[in-house]
Ligand binder design. Structure first.
Ligand code: C2O
Ligand code: CU
Ligand code: CU
Length: 569
């Protein structure tokens, strides 16, 4: 995927440039002889989409009036899915970087060409290892290994990296209190204590997380272990070939191709939505597949959009197999036909593309659902200021396509799924400390236990080594909130009072859906629901540790739907 070729395009240091009809990334390579070479890597290949856009073939009039600003990229229309999915390679953008030593990461600005002929400025992480250069590398490391990296802030604004899902000492967690100024450096050094799994990293700059993550400061952090290894062997999964990291994001672009991020009062309150849906930064992506099983490591990297995932052929939802969630593999493969994935969550799935004959298209879709935002007071309360409408042409809960899988001829491989993937030891609940976490809405602000974030306020203390059961309840009036815990993975033990669209998926006991299995760090709590999670606060870090608990709707997080809690030694 993404052929490489040398050429003479001039790359500015730290910049990624491209040309019109194909989207190319220029990366600077330092050869052994000390000669700088420019290497190009095709990011996306447009198959006629550009022509369609510029031919004005019946679209020019619609452009101003139709719902989508960039008409060829309306994700509702399956015919628009013509751009080759960007697949991570071994260097360049989202290149897989096997961490072998200390990394020097720079947060910097660069441009990707995502829409034909347009340059989209992004923020990204740039690094080099063993003569290769990477933008937003997919970091891959063995469980138990030491991870050492420096972050140099080459942006014009403060930033910091948070390792989402990793169990690190608080000082290494990328708490907003650790935010560094432009020009400053932050040093990370910790042991990767997590089990194998699909984790990720992203900015956590105080008050700037939503915009900076939206502008690109995020990528995967993959941890390997024995279970992951034996699964890969059993299923012939090769990263970048049959094992595909897939980050799903929705964005808005202005007419020039610049990322648009200007939340009005309504959007600050509810969350920013895009109308172009990107899979690995590819709008309306297509990927050819043969009749075999693929692993898709799905990450919802969107600011606020929830996806209701399904693989659909014609009008028929096909089955897929969930093998992992936020914190790695679940115990057994679970066959389902749909699952919700909220911002911050991961869903690791196996999909048998042999369910389609060669020549068939299968669509990974987000199916329609009730966004459950309609009971909010924003639009209905008398005397409310005019907060504006959502500027996205793609409403939360609308049905649209994410990725088209085109089945091509090849050997039909029917994989035997292992009956057991891993062990997930249930947290012992005897003697656990109960704690109520109440989400609420006051003066157009979402609160946790009545609080809005304050940097040096500790909402509560928990004891090191204690097991707690948090009952997170969301009032009926409001909206869904993906609640995320730093520092510790947890287990979802029960869902209560779920709305019908959730209880319809609750096949796993105690109201739980497939997304609730295994080890979690983010859990979606729907209006009216109470979700009970178990957390074991055991750790071996010296002294007390302060972590965050927050909503991963990034607009909510920045608006203060976040608290500090302290694990007391
Ligand atoms: Cu992925 Cu505190 O965040
Ligand atoms: Cu996190
Ligand atoms: Cu929220």
């Amino acid at each position: 995927m993404g052929g490489e070729d040398k050429d003479d395009m001039k790359g500015v240091k730290g910049k990624v440039t491209m040309d019109m009809a194909s989207i190319d990334i220029v990366e600077k390579l330092h050869s052994k002889k000390g000669i700088f070479m420019l290497k190009r890597r095709k990011l996306f290949e447009f198959m006629g989409a550009a022509a369609l856009m510029y031919s004005g073939a019946g679209h020019s009039k619609e452009l101003s009036t139709k719902p989508f600003r960039h008409y060829p990229f309306d994700p509702v229309t399956a015919e628009n899915f013509q751009q080759k999915l960007f697949i991570p390679g071994t260097s360049g953008p989202f290149g897989v970087l096997d961490v072998t030593g200390p990394l020097k990461i720079r947060a910097t600005a660069a441009s990707f060409s995502i829409l034909p002929g347009r340059e989209s400025p992004f923020l990204l992480y740039q690094t080099e290892q063993a003569g290769k250069s990477y933008q937003n590398p997919i970091l891959r490391i063995e469980s138990g290994a030491r991870f050492t990296a420096s972050l140099d802030n080459e942006l014009l604004e403060p930033t910091i990296i948070h390792w989402h899902g990793l169990h690190t000492p608080a000082a290494m967690d990328g708490h907003p209190a650790s935010t560094i100024a432009p020009g400053a450096r932050f040093d990370y050094d910790f042991k990767v204590r997590n089990r194998g799994g699909t984790y990720w990293y992203h900015t956590h700059a105080h008050g700037l997380t939503a915009r900076q993550a939206y502008q690109g400061l995020a990528s995967f952090f993959l941890v390997d272990d024995e279970d992951q290894c034996s699964l890969a062997k059993a299923m012939d999964l090769r990263l970048g070939e049959t094992d595909l990291p897939l980050v799903i994001q929705d964005k808005q672009f202005d007419a020039q191709g610049k990322l648009l991020y200007q939340p009005n009062a309504q959007e600050s309150m509810m969350g920013w939505l895009g109308d172009i849906v990107l899979a690995n930064l590819t709008p309306n992506a297509v990927q050819t597949v043969t009749q075999r099983t693929y692993r898709l490591r799905i990450l919802n990297g969107s600011n606020s959009r929830i996806y209701r995932l399904a693989f659909v052929k014609g009008n028929t939802p096909l089955s897929f197999t969930v093998i992992g969630t936020d914190g790695g593999l679940i115990e057994r493969p679970e066959k389902v036909v749909g699952a919700f994935v909220a911002p911050g969550e991961r869903l690791d799935v196996l999909f048998d593309a042999g369910q389609g004959q060669p020549g068939t298209d299968i669509l990974l879709k987000s199916l329609a659902f009730d966004a459950m935002e309609n009971e909010g007071p924003a639009s209905s309360m008398p005397g409310m200021p005019d907060m504006g409408q959502s500027t996205s042409r793609l409403a939360m809960g609308a049905e649209f396509n994410i990725l088209k899988l085109s089945v091509i001829a090849g050997v039909r491989l029917v994989a035997k799924l292992p009956t057991r993937l891993s062990q997930v030891k249930p947290i012992r609940l005897e003697g656990a400390t109960p704690r109520n976490i109440k989400l609420s809405l006051k003066n157009m602000n979402f609160l946790i236990n009545g609080r809005t974030f304050s940097m040096d306020e500790i909402a509560f203390d928990v004891k090191q080594g204690a097991v707690e059961i948090w009952s997170i309840s969301n009032p009926k009036v409001g909206m869904p909130h993906p609640m995320h815990l730093h520092g510790f993975s947890f287990q979802v033990i029960e869902r209560l009072n779920s709305p019908p669209q959730v209880s319809a998926l609750a096949r796993f006991g105690k109201g739980r859906t497939v997304s609730d299995l295994g080890w979690k760090d983010t859990v979606l709590v729907w209006p009216g629901e109470t979700v009970r999670i178990a957390i074991d606060f055991a750790h071996d870090f010296p002294g007390s540790q302060t972590y965050l608990f927050h909503c991963h709707n990034l607009e909510h997080e920045d608006a203060g739907m976040m608290i500090n809690f302290r694990v007391q030694a």
